[in-house]
Design a protein around this ligand. Structure first.
Ligand code: SF4
Length: 396
């Protein structure tokens, strides 16, 4: 983004979080939008979180940010002197940085307040109209990422350059924002968006700063388990960590290394809140990819860790959707990404349970059919993995 010179009269600024408009269940604030808001409010501007793409003419500047490439936006949108587009959703790995004075500005954590209240009001009215009891507390919980967290990057960059990742700009991890740049005392929790925090040479001092604040914190983008050491485990697993510890097991080639690190993790913690992203459909979308995924899931089960199956997509394509195993990818993700199901059912149990929900005379559902077709074609793989259960490993 680049900005025109500031005017002396009160500027009218519109900020559009495109993911909020374009994705039905999206529930995470756009940090760039919050920083832009903080910057302009400090300069006395009238800032509005805009929820549509109309009437741009009444604003002095319009900032539109998008994180996800598949979030729809109007075709006619383009960068002009007034309209500024930013984020990986528009530019993928070539997204320009925010200007320094905005990038390092305190985010405006109040930007979404009016929208949250109007959403809660809408949900409340909807409950009333259906004669259902409305519970405000549980309703508000879905907005906790907006209301409870200070958000920022203590470090940026990554040296790994995984081909599927948008983080290609840098070849090392470096310190980016000191905590007081985005931390406010009244925040309940801290959410870090760092790309590869443990890869920062100064990780220990930074982690100790976080721990010293005493508030629960989490690394939303996950941590690089390949860099774990006993010292890192000791600090991390004894900290006031918020929710799941998330790592990644993207590549079957890392199997032995991940195995070693899982052993290390289990020497330090018996937490059941350990989760691994499992990337599928990137190297191929054939039988090898499916088998590799199950092999990784088996290892995670053995160490009582949970998966989150990520089906690869880039800005133009979702290769798994073009695969003959499309139904398998969907079934695996539905099974693996619901912890309560994954903990209690094998893949076969899950697929059969889907069918059991249908009427007796209903045709075989696509979930079960996909499993049966795969099994017919690959009986050895099915025999090895389809009946594995997470809870069986907990008894061993
Ligand atoms: S390690 Fe993570 S952040 Fe780094 S390039 Fe790979 S996926 Fe991206």
């Amino acid at each position: 983004m680049s900005f025109r010179k500031e005017k002396t009269e009160i500027m009218k600024i519109a900020i559009i979080d495109a993911d909020l408009i374009g994705r039905k269940r999206h529930r995470f604030p756009n940090l760039a939008c919050e920083k832009i808001s903080g910057y302009w409010k400090e300069r006395g501007a009238e800032v509005e979180l805009k929820l549509d793409y109309d009437d741009f003419e009444i604003y002095d500047q319009v900032f539109i940010s998008k994180v996800f490439t598949d979030t729809p936006v109007p075709d006619w949108l383009k960068e002009t002197d007034k309209v500024h587009l930013g984020g990986t959703g528009f530019y993928f790995d070539k997204a320009p940085n925010l200007p320094n004075e905005i990038e390092h500005h305190m985010p405006d954590y109040r930007l979404y307040d009016a929208w949250i209240e109007s959403e809660i009001d809408k949900i409340h009215r909807n409950f009333d109209s259906q004669g259902k009891k409305f519970n405000e507390r549980s309703c508000r919980a879905q907005f906790k990422e907006y209301t409870d967290y200070c958000i920022g990057f203590m470090t940026r960059g990554c040296f790994r350059k995984c081909q599927f990742c948008v983080n290609q700009k840098y070849d090392h991890v470096f310190e980016h924002s000191p905590l007081d740049e985005f931390y406010e005392d009244n925040c309940k929790k801290i959410c870090l968006l760092d790309d590869n925090f443990l890869g920062c040479p100064n990780w220990k001092a930074l982690l100790n700063q976080l721990i010293a604040i005493g508030k629960p914190f989490k690394f939303k983008q996950g941590l690089d388990e390949r860099l774990l050491t006993d010292e890192k485990c000791e600090l991390l697993f004894n900290s006031n960590y918020d929710g799941d510890y998330t790592f990644a097991f993207d590549n079957i080639a890392d199997y032995d290394l991940i195995h070693k690190k899982l052993n290390m993790i289990r020497r330090h913690t018996s937490s059941t809140n350990i989760k691994f992203y499992v990337l599928v459909g990137f190297e191929s979308t054939d039988v090898d990819d499916i088998e590799n995924a199950f092999r990784r899931l088996e290892l995670l089960m053995k160490y009582q860790c949970l998966p989150y199956i990520m089906r690869y997509q880039d800005k133009n394509r979702k290769p798994w959707q073009e695969s003959k195993y499309r139904g398998m990818y969907i079934a695996m993700a539905r099974w693996g990404n619901q912890p309560n199901i994954f903990k209690k059912m094998s893949f076969r149990n899950f697929c059969e349970a889907n069918q059991a929900l249908k009427r007796r005379d209903a045709p075989i559902c696509t979930t079960l059919q996909s499993m049966l077709d795969f099994e017919k074609e690959n009986p050895e793989i099915a025999k090895k993995y389809f009946d594995l259960r997470y809870d069986d490993f907990s008894k061993r």
